[in-house]
Design a binder for this molecule. Structure first.
Ligand code: ADP
Ligand code: MG
Length: 261
């Protein structure tokens, strides 16, 4: 569904932020992208939806080349691929109620009447586990976890094939984080949406994803099934990332598993 071939992104003359990366996400697959801050994860995701220019290589979505797309091709990518960012407060319009935000997104590709759109907004709120009464609230009246659900509802309103999730739980409390992750697992089960889940936290990636890529300094240094990455990391960098993660089966991981049941 999403293919990157030998993709390089440079900001100005500095060394590449993304350096000759190959990456695939299959239909209905959840794939992790891990790496420390500055390793190029966000740049990679942004390049898919044309927020940064690709210097070299090719990107395809569902087989269609979309590298540095413009015009109608770009509009097509931006409806089929939805990106969700770390900070929902800065990605939602503070002057619209959250219901209006989701409705606007749902209205883009639809020519349904008002009542059909209202029903769709209601359905989307329920799908992401938000009480539909919250639709009349403004972003500043909601918690971080609720806002991230609104951002997910807004993305789903476009009926995307691919979700790019960029550290979307990084600013949330662990228990709220667990509930958002649980929602993503449910979405995976109930749809064939493809996800690229970006995080610096390997344990979260393992919870959600079957496969992951590890980035360092713009390059993919290791990739494979998340269970294998955990059991026998090959690259020293992956080993050091794992060493930084709370010990497997440690209290933080157990707390997370308990609270998502
Ligand atoms: P990550 O998401 O893994 O933290 P980023 O993709 O944000 O990494 O950044 C990768 C590299 O690109 C870093 O060295 C960062 O400083 C640089 N970078 C990111 N955004 C810009 C930008 N808009 N202009 C110049 N350099 C940037
Ligand atoms: Mg980032």
């Amino acid at each position: 569904m999403l293919e990157l071939r030998d993709v390089t992104v440079r900001y100005g003359r500095s060394s590449p932020a993304v350096n000759r990366v190959d990456l695939d996400v299959g239909r209905g697959e959840a794939v992790g992208l891990v790496g420390e801050s500055g390793s190029g994860k966000s740049t990679l995701a942004r390049s898919v939806i044309g927020l940064v220019e690709v210097s070299d290589g090719e990107i395809r979505v569902d087989g269609t080349p979309v590298t540095n797309a413009q015009g109608r091709t770009l509009a097509g990518v931006r409806s089929r691929v939805q990106m969700i960012f770390q900070d929902p407060r800065s990605s939602l319009n503070p002057r619209l109620t959250v219901g209006e935000t989701v409705r606007e997104s749902a209205a883009i590709d639809a020519d349904e009447g008002r009542s059909a759109l209202s029903a769709e907004v209601h359905r989307l709120f329920e799908r992401v586990g938000l009480p539909p009464e919250l639709a009349s609230r403004f972003p500043h009246q909601l918690s971080g976890g609720q806002l991230q659900r609104v951002a997910i509802a807004r993305a789903l309103a476009r009926r995307p094939q691919v979700l790019l999730l960029d550290e979307i739980t990084a600013s949330l409390d662990v228990s709220v984080q667990a509930r958002v992750l649980n929602l993503l697992r449910t979405l995976r089960r109930e749809s064939d949406i493809s996800m690229l889940y970006i995080s610096h936290d390997l344990s979260v990636v393992r919870y959600l994803c079957d496969r992951a890529y590890v980035m360092q300094g713009g390059c993919v240094v290791e990739s494979g099934p998340t269970d294998d990455l955990f059991a026998s990391p090959q690259h020293p960098y992956t080993q050091s990332l794992l060493a930084a993660v709370p010990v497997l089966g440690g209290s933080r991981w157990r707390a997370r598993e308990r609270s998502v049941r």
